[in-house]
Write a protein that binds this ligand. Sequence first.
Ligand code: UDP
Ligand code: MG
Length: 307
Amino acid sequence: MKKLLSVIVSVYNEEAALKTFYQETIPVLKTISWDYQLVFVNDGSRDKSLEILKGLAETDEHVKIISFSRNFGHEAAMIAGIDYSHGDGIICMDADLQHPPEYIPEIIKNFEAGIEVINMVRTKNESAGWFKNLASTAFYKVINMLSDVKFESNASDFFAISGRVAEVLRKDYREKVRFLRGYVQNVGFKKSTIEYEAHARVAGESKYSIRKLFQFSVNTIVCFSNLPLKLGVFAGMFAAALGMLVLIYTLFTRNGAPSGYATIVILNCFMFAILFLLVGIIGEYIAILFAELKDRPIYIVEETKNL
Ligand code: UDP
Ligand code: MG
C-alpha cells in the first residue's frame, strides 16, 4: 500500500496567496510516490480564505479543510492539523510560499531513509527585515542559555514529522501555552536538518506583529526554563551584599547626620526595580499555571470538509 503524506497549511487571512500556493504545491505533490492530502487549517480568517478553500476542496478530494470558530493562532492551527491528519509523514508549512514546496521530494527521501524528525532551517529570511532577524538571533541565544534542552536557531515552523512522532504530540504535548517548534526538536528520534532559503511572501503581509513575537518569546522562555523563577535568590544575595557595604560605610561615617540622601534614594529605586521585576516574572509563571488549570481548548473547530 502507498504511504500517505499529510501537508498541513495554516491559513489566516491569506486570500491573496492561497490560489498561488495551491497551484505551486500540487504539481510537486504529484511527482512523489506517496499518496497525499493537503490539510488547510483556517484559523478564523476574516477575508475570503475559507470560500477559496471550499472552492478548491470541491474540485479536489486531496484538499481537506479544518475551520476554526475564531482565530486561535498559528500554533493552534498546526496542532489541529496534526490531530486531524493521519499521514505516515506530516509536513507543516505556511500558506504564503515562504516555505518552498520544492523541498517536499527531499523530505520524502528523508522519511524513506527512516528519519522521523526533519527540521527545515532557513539560511536567510528575505522579508523579515533587520529588526526581526536580530530579535530572532537574540531570542535563540537567551533561550539556549536558560533552557536545558537546546534549540536550533533559525528553525522555522516548516518541519516534517513521522506518524509516530505525530502520535506523541497528539497524546503527550497538550500544553495550553507552548512552543511547538521546541517540542518537535526535543522529542528525540532520528533527526535531520535541511537548509532552505525563505523567499519573500507571495502576497499579503505578515500576521506576526512585534508585540505578538515578544509575548511568544516570553511564553517560550517560561515554558522551557525555571531559571527566571530562581532569579530572586540571586537578587536577594546581591542585595544582602550591597546592604553589608552600606552598613559598614554608614557606621564609619556617622558624624554629620543628613548626608547620605543620594545613597538612600538610589538604593530605594534600585531595590524596588529588582523587586517588581521578580514579581513580574512570578506573574508570568502564574499566568501559565492558570491557563493550564482552566484547561480551555487549544482550538475549537466549527466545520470540516473532505475529512
Ligand atoms: N497564521 C495563522 N494564524 C495566525 C497568524 C498566522 O494561521 O494567527 C498563519 C499564516 O496564514 C501563515 C503562517 O501562519 O500561513 C505564518 O504567518 P506569517 O507568514 O504571517 O508569519 P511570518 O512568516 O511573517 O513569520
Ligand atoms: Mg510568512
